[in-house]
Design a protein around this ligand. Structure first.
Ligand SMILES: *[C@@H]1O[C@H](CO)[C@@H](O)[C@H](O)[C@H]1NC(C)=O
Ligand SMILES: *[C@@H]1O[C@H](CO)[C@@H](O)[C@H](O)[C@H]1NC(C)=O
Ligand SMILES: *[C@@H]1O[C@H](CO)[C@@H](O)[C@H](O)[C@H]1NC(C)=O
Ligand SMILES: *[C@@H]1O[C@H](CO)[C@@H](O)[C@H](O)[C@H]1NC(C)=O
Ligand SMILES: *[C@@H]1O[C@H](CO)[C@@H](O)[C@H](O)[C@H]1NC(C)=O
Length: 114
């Protein structure tokens, strides 16, 4: 009986993961890389630091009034040295405006919108 209950709970958890429209869900690593790469290119062309994508540790996407990505990743600077950053990228569908916040160790917080 106990086993059956555990099985049902596990099934519900899986179903929730797919069905919960407003919940963060884990991103495909290739997709995460692409989103981060595109954002970093924007940052560089708008005069910010020129970082490239290093290792991505965690990445999730969440449907808001657009889409919100949260990532923890190593970014590489011009001399290929990695800096660990928490990145939040949020695109609002109605305005088409993307806001990105980079919170990097030893680098403080860097924000951009475009
Ligand atoms: C990042 O984007 C640039 C410009 O769109 C592209 O040339 C490059 O191959 C991309 N790099 C990765 C790792 O996806
Ligand atoms: C950023 O760095 C990459 C690789 O080093 C280079 O190809 C690109 O031109 C740089 N972009 C800017 C805006 O400096
Ligand atoms: C790259 O990062 C290293 C380590 O944080 C730093 O010492 C160096 O000045 C940075 N180089 C550039 C070009 O930003
Ligand atoms: C950084 O690494 C890339 C790919 O490994 C390499 O092509 C590039 O020459 C390196 N740049 C520096 C400044 O070390
Ligand atoms: C940046 O990250 C540090 C370490 O995780 C955290 O203590 C700090 O509150 C963050 N700052 C912002 C503005 O999110």
């Amino acid at each position: 009986m106990k086993l059956v209950i555990i099985f049902i709970l596990a099934t519900l958890a899986v179903v929730n993961g797919f069905m919960c429209a407003g919940c963060p869900s884990q991103m495909d690593p290739e997709q995460a890389k692409e989103v981060l790469n595109n954002t970093l290119n924007k940052v560089a062309t708008l005069g910010g630091p020129n970082y490239s994508v290093g290792k991505i540790y965690t990445a999730s996407s969440q449907i808001t009034s657009g889409v919100k990505y949260r990532m923890n990743a190593d970014l590489l600077n011009d001399s290929n040295q990695s800096v660990g950053c928490d990145v939040v990228i949020e695109r609002t569908a109605a305005t088409g405006i993307t806001k990105a916040t980079f919170n990097c160790s030893n680098r403080g917080v860097f924000k951009i919108s475009y």
